[in-house]
Write a protein that binds this ligand. Structure first.
Ligand SMILES: [Zn+2]
Ligand SMILES: [Zn+2]
Length: 276
């Protein structure tokens, strides 16, 4: 059986679409307690803070404590990789790393730093069952990547290798890309890129090692090449560590004729030496 990269939950989808008439009537008749009743009828649990799990007022909203703990990445940023600067130079500036070696993508932006505070939320989204967070996370991404989104002709997720997709059931990058593309009204292609090698885990590799590890691992699907030509592509992933994966994707896209490639992630490692 072939699974969709987004692995929609067929049971959940059917329940939402076909709530029985008695349930709808009951929901209508409950007056003031209607929102609560609807939640109950939909079988949803009370919304919880995506980072720590305490009950909050609205899905995808952080509790005050977690909001304060997350390091949101705000300007001034490196014009290329989005590294946060402590000083505002008053004009667009690239960081030392980008000046020493320009990345293969044009610009990268992320919502917050990958650290203690954001790690558990990211892991829950990646391996756990918090796929319900995708729309809220995508709203944050839309804000952090507003400039990139405005210039994008096409949105595409960084793909997982089919074997890993099978094990994990869904590609978290594809979920984010889908949740982002709809409201932004930018076309989406979830299968633009293909991962042809299941690369070993990047965990303990240096930046150079990571680049070597993923070099040539991605390919624009031959059938999608005409879609890429002359277009500005916005790549979506959950975390940027060294940027090696995004660079391998960007190279494949540019070889296929993309006019530009930007990267938008939820989190990025700010000090690579303390990563993982
Ligand atoms: Zn919290
Ligand atoms: Zn930079």
């Amino acid at each position: 059986m072939r699974r969709s990269p987004l692995a929609p939950d067929p049971v959940g989808a059917a329940e939402v679409g076909a709530r029985p008439a008695w349930a709808r009537a009951l929901g209508r008749g409950l007056g003031r307690g209607r929102a609560a009743a609807r939640r109950l009828l939909d079988g949803a649990l009370p919304p919880r803070c995506p980072a720590c799990g305490v009950v909050v007022g609205e899905t995808g909203v952080l509790c005050a404590e977690c909001w304060g703990a997350l390091s949101f990445l705000e300007p001034p940023l490196c014009v290329q990789c989005g590294y946060p600067f402590e000083l505002d130079f008053g004009e667009p500036v690239a960081c030392g790393a980008c000046l020493a070696r320009a990345p293969a993508f044009d610009r990268a932006r992320a919502v917050f730093a990958y650290d203690e505070a954001s790690r558990s939320m990211l892991l829950d989204f990646k391996h756990g069952d918090r796929t319900d967070l995708a729309p809220a996370l995508a709203r944050w991404m839309a804000r952090a990547g507003a400039e990139l989104l405005a210039d994008a002709d096409l949105i595409a997720p960084v793909p997982l290798h089919p074997r890993r997709l099978w094990r994990r059931r869904y590609n978290q990058a594809a979920l984010l890309a889908q949740a982002l593309a709809g409201p932004a009204e930018v076309p989406l292609s979830v299968d633009l890129l293909q991962r042809r090698r299941n690369t070993p885990s990047q965990g303990r590799l240096s930046a150079k090692g990571r680049r070597r590890n993923v070099a040539g691992a991605f390919l624009v699907r031959p059938a999608r090449r005409p879609t890429v030509s002359g277009k500005r592509i916005l790549l979506i992933d959950d975390v940027m560590t060294t940027g090696a994966t995004a660079e391998a994707c960007a190279k494949a896209l540019k070889r296929a004729g993309a006019s530009g490639v930007d990267l938008l992630t939820l989190a990025r490692v700010v000090r690579p030496t303390t990563a993982e």
